[in-house]
Write a protein that binds this ligand. Structure first.
Ligand code: GDP
Length: 708
């Protein structure tokens, strides 16, 4: 069994970054120096160990949120084994379409390292994830990577962090040289030059600061010390009145506290690719990012009484854990990754899935290292681990001690808003498609699949074009399922605006056994977002109980078929209030058809309308582009809700129909010369204006004509 680490020596962290800033390379180097992998994988050759899904390797984009464990003792404390820490790295995707992945990982990590490309500085996605990390109050450090790249400019990159992200950024080490002459870093605490020697930068040598850098270092050191002493009244007085600088130990203590509270964001630099600057970054993770105990206790509710419950990161409290990822692994099957918030759990026992009110036996506990799995006997507060073969546990569910039930704060996932048609290529593809789609939607709550039995057409929906593209790619690679895809479409819905009553009769009585189903329904609009409700208020056996489920089934099928343009109907209540039956001829089949007919007829008379997804948009741009942007947004049927200043930039908050947003990324780039960034997420469904509804219905009709 693994060694038990005291809570203060555990770090649950993630690396977050704009795509291509070097997250994969940095993680890879971290795993190398912490002794887990012995040969450095080069991302360009597709051999890294963290990106274990093939298409991620090919694209060089990290998509799934796997968790990896490694161990580190700060370099300057090497001789003391008591300083060994366990670092659990939760992998986070950088692309905004992977909202669910980003949110679920931010939700369970305690601290993050944000990686920047030293040439590009702050990029749009780094700004997006930065804001998401703000929302989850995640303490952070920065790493300015690629100091060896042509055109790198440390000061400019540092300034972009300070101006665009946070005034609290503070350099902890600075580069020696740049581009091809980048040699190492100067640590502003020890005031030593650190060089990384040996074949893979594994040998650290400390030297005096090169004379040509002394002046520059003094400048940074002054800023550094002033910011540090400001954090502590007593230290500040000693510094101002006696000119006394705090000791290295004291500086680290102050910096740790300030990082955890977000008052300081330590900034490191280096080049992952050239194996320089990683060990000091690891030292920083251990020294400055919080342990599970440094953060406020987690809150949840009792599943029955809904009373608020608090759990501390303590082995003596009842067990509670949050499942943040379900993945299908080619070797072990379905893997559920979870973060333990409190208590201890030994394998072989039962846990309650409080979100689903079901118990599950946990037969195996696994800790994932980048290239192997370790079987654990138990897990404790602060641990990140995985288990295998849970039947009904999904992402976001709480696992807990059955006698102390708790539901931890749920992760709220947005609704999928973009759809594409998928068509199996061969008969074998057709046979396995539904199973594959089921597996993928269990893993990813923002991915949905729907098949129309009549037209045998299948539509998948997700958060964005890139999201769906990756999922289609995974179907091919992981499940060998080949599909043809259509063009991305907005996921419209339909609903009704008026309450109506309606009748459905399916009666066939010509020779042999006949058919007899007869229902009377009331259709009413429901509040937006309420979905579908069915009520049965039949009295006196006008329809025998056994046929009622068939009526509901018929209605549900009709809902899926739509009223106006073939989009699913939502926010409707249907009440079955009367009908009749025949002793011999009535059947489930007849009642299903009667239910479906009654709904279809009724819905047409109930003022049906089409609904479209409206997105919440935030655009951040330099002031001079404000006019162009607001103009563009109003031409897109957008409504601007507010405009305010953030640092040197303007922020526009608006609501815009998704249908108008295809190609916006390119548009904003050209409109603002690459300076504008935006984030967009689903907000609500809203009735489309008349002329646009006509257009959508026209398209649906011509599609039907073409197909018939
Ligand atoms: P990710 O998308 O953030 O995971 O970034 P990767 O780690 O895949 O890196 C993107 C590209 O940048 C790859 O071609 C890397 O080889 C390259 N890269 C990463 N770190 C460095 C670095 O320190 N210096 C240079 N010059 N290139 C780097």
């Amino acid at each position: 069994m693994g060694k038990i680490y005291p809570k203060e020596k555990i770090r649950d962290i993630g690396f977050i970054a704009h795509i291509d800033a070097g997250k994969t390379t940095t993680t890879e180097r971290v795993l190398f120096y912490t002794g887990i992998t012995h040969k450095i994988g080069i991302i360009d050759e597709g051999t890294t160990t963290m990106d274990w899904m093939v298409q991620e390797r090919e694209r060089g984009v990290t998509i799934t949120s796997a968790a990896t464990t490694c161990f580190w003792t700060p370099s300057y404390r090497e001789k003391d084994p008591n300083y060994e820490h366990r670092i659990n790295i939760i992998d986070t995707p950088g692309h905004i379409d992977f909202t669910a992945e980003v949110q679920r990982s931010l939700r369970v990590l305690d601290g993050a390292v944000v990686i920047f490309d030293g040439v590009a500085g702050v990029e749009s996605q780094s700004e997006t994830v930065w804001r998401q990390a703000d929302k989850y109050k995640v303490p952070r450090m920065c790493f300015i990577n690629k100091m060896d790249r042509m055109g790198v400019d440390y000061e400019k990159a540092f300034k972009s962090i300070k101006e665009r992200l946070t005034p609290n950024a503070l350099a902890v080490n600075i580069p020696i040289g740049a581009e091809g002459n980048f040699e190492g870093v100067i640590d502003l605490i020890s005031m030593k030059a650190i060089y990384f020697e040996g074949e893979q930068g594994e040998i650290i040598t400390l030297k005096e600061i090169p004379s040509d850098l002394v002046e520059k270092v003094e400048k940074y050191k002054k800023v550094f010390i002033e910011k540090i002493v400001e954090q502590d009244e007593k230290v500040l007085t000693e510094y101002l009145e006696e000119g006394k600088e705090p000791t290295a130990e004291k500086i680290r203590e102050i910096l740790r506290k300030a990082t955890i509270s977000g008052k300081i964001i330590p900034v490191f630099c280096g080049s992952s690719f050239r194996n320089k600057g990683i060990q000091p970054l690891l030292d920083g993770i251990v020294e400055y990012l919080p342990s599970p105990q440094d953060l406020p206790p987690v809150e949840g509710i009792h599943p029955k009484t809904e009373e608020k419950i608090v759990r501390h990161s303590d082995d003596n409290e009842p067990f509670s854990a949050l499942v943040f990822k379900v993945a299908n692994d080619p070797y072990v099957g379905s893997l559920s990754f979870f973060r333990v918030y409190s208590g201890v759990f030994k394998k072989g026992n039962y846990l309650l899935n409080a979100s689903k009110s079901e118990q599950e036996r946990i037969g195996r506990l696994l800790q994932m290292h980048s290239n192997r799995r370790e079987e654990l006997e138990e897990v404790r507060a602060g641990d990140i681990a995985a288990t295998v073969g849970l039947k009904n546990t999904g992402t976001g569910d709480t696992l807990c001690d059955p006698s102390n039930p708790i539901i931890l704060e749920q992760i709220e996932f947005p609704e999928p808003v973009i759809s594409i048609k998928v068509e199996p290529q061969t008969k074998t593809d057709q046979e396995k498609m539904s199973l594959v789609l089921k597996k993928l939607s269990e893993e990813d709550p923002t991915f949905k699949a729907k098949s129309d039995q009549e037209t045998s057409e299948t539509v998948i929906s997700g958060m964005g074009e890139f999201h769906l593209e990756i999922l289609v790619d995974r179907m091919k690679r992981e499940f060998n399922l080949n599909v043809k895809t259509g063009r991305p479409q907005v996921a419209y819905k339909e609903t009704i605006k008026k309450a109506v009553e309606s009748e459905g009769k399916y009666i066939r009585q010509s020779g042999g056994r006949g058919q007899y189903g007869h229902v009377l329904l009331r259709l009413e609009p429901l509040e937006r977002g309420k979905g579908f409700e069915f009520a049965d208020i039949i009295k006196g056996g006008a329809i025998p109980k056994e046929f009622i489920p068939a009526v509901e089934k018929g209605i549900r099928e009709a809902l899926e078929r739509g009223i106006l343009a073939g989009y699913p109907v939502s926010d409707v209540k249907v009440t079955l209030y009367d009908g009749s039956f025949h002793d011999v001829d009535s059947s489930d089949f007849a009642f299903k058809i009667a239910g479906s007919m009654a709904f279809q007829d009724g819905a047409k008379k109930a003022d049906p309308v089409i609904l479209e997804p409206i997105m919440k948009l935030e655009v951040v741009i330099p002031e001079k582009y404000l006019g162009d942007l607001t103009g563009d947004l109003s031409s897109k049927r957008g409504s601007i809700e507010s405009i305010f200043d953030r640092g040197m930039t303007k922020v526009i908050e608006a609501k815009v129909p998704l249908a108008e947003m295809f190609g916006f990324a390119t548009k904003i780039r050209s409109l603002t010369e690459g300076r504008g960034v935006f984030t967009m997420e689903f907000d609500h469904y809203k009735e489309v204006p008349f002329n646009i509804a006509q257009e959508i219905m026209g398209k649906a009709e011509s599609k039907l004509e073409k197909e018939s």
